[in-house]
Design a protein around this ligand. Structure first.
Ligand SMILES: [Zn+2]
Length: 106
């Protein structure tokens, strides 16, 4: 749901203006900031997605260009947890429009 233009429920006077908000390092979302009181709010839809990302311990990353290929950096916490190192073999799948990386096939 779009927050832009909605009436602020905190002060009851201002309206929300669309902003990009860093909920926490690595997670930015579409949010609304009240032009009167400055309160920041996200829609229920976005809040649900944030909760899902937190539950998966997910971190936002950018895709980078490496030579003629595209690459995504693996968060350091996952590298430690899974004992990954350079040149380890991984398996990359596309499933329902998402990219899945596995360290083992089975
Ligand atoms: Zn307000």
């Amino acid at each position: 749901m779009e927050m832009n233009g909605l009436k602020c429920g905190f002060c009851g006077k201002g309206r929300f203006k669309a902003i990009t908000y860093a909920v926490e390092p690595g997670i930015t979302v579409d949010a609304g900031k009240c032009e009167k009181c400055g309160e920041i709010a996200v829609s229920e839809d976005v809040m649900g997605k944030i909760e899902a990302l937190r539950a998966m311990n997910s971190e936002q990353r950018s895709i980078v260009q490496v030579g003629s290929s595209l690459a995504a950096l693996i968060p350091a916490a996952f590298v430690r947890k899974l004992h990954l190192k350079a040149k380890d073999r991984i398996f990359v799948f596309e499933k329902n429009g998402e990219i899945v990386i596995k360290t083992k096939l089975v």
